[in-house]
Design a protein around this ligand. Sequence first.
Ligand SMILES: Nc1ncnc2c1ncn2[C@@H]1O[C@H](COP(=O)(O)OP(=O)(O)O)[C@@H](O)[C@H]1O
Ligand SMILES: [Mg+2]
Length: 257
Amino acid sequence: MAASFHIVAISNRKGGTGKTAVSVNLAAELAAQGHRVLLIDLDSQGHCALGLGLKAAPGAANVHRLFVDPGATLSEALRPTSLENLWLAPADPLFDHGSGERNDQRLRHAIAEEGLSERFDLIVIDTPPSLDALLVNALMAATRVLIPYVPHYLSYEGVRQLVRVLFKIMTKDNRQLKILGFLPTMSTEHIRQHRAITGEVAHQFGASRVLPGIRNDIRLAEAFAAGQPIRLYAPKSRGAEDFARLAAQLAEQFSSP
Ligand SMILES: Nc1ncnc2c1ncn2[C@@H]1O[C@H](COP(=O)(O)OP(=O)(O)O)[C@@H](O)[C@H]1O
Ligand SMILES: [Mg+2]
């Protein structure tokens, strides 16, 4: 991956589509492969820290400070994790969405000005589902967007809403942004509706854009509650297998021009 630095936003306009599970486990998997990974938690629910077993430190530096304090830096918010090669920029669980002056480029500029492309091979951004300054900041900073979706009809609406926003940003303010892929999550292959929705995504956006999915696996929810990535919590589980396969495929995509 050294050949190219990427910033991947994990997004869907709907909650509960596996964004945080994908962010944490993909970041952990790629870090284990030797890539220096920074996980940025833009969702003020602060779930990434929980999923990595890190205690919230009230008042500690966090990524959200960027949006309320003009003097804040992203670098001061970085925390090492218990995993080699993986750092976290934690969220501020008390972040007030209405405060501060809106600046859609704040995150992008912080990453560039603080030279984070030198320190890391990959930045993964977990995003909130709401269409506010935080999601737009993620999409303005990103070079790629990965869209986890649960293959049922309601979730597909979240994909459609996100894609509408994406196309605006991709054709205007951030031309380096590309869709990395659509990722079916919590899927159970035998349900007909799942196949129908994934077929629809393939038809709309191209079959090559649909990534090998993450199957439904209770072990993923358990791993999260235990504060560990699935590769450590249950290395032989379906979830661990699916994330290893996804990480391998994405690492290959990143390293090709
Ligand atoms: N593939 C999966 N199989 C089973 N449970 C999952 C899977 N992916 C995520 N979960 C669980 O589903 C819930 C929602 O996932 P989460 O990653 O928090 O979604 P989001 O960040 O999009 O709101 C969490 O309890 C999570 O542990
Ligand atoms: Mg989440």
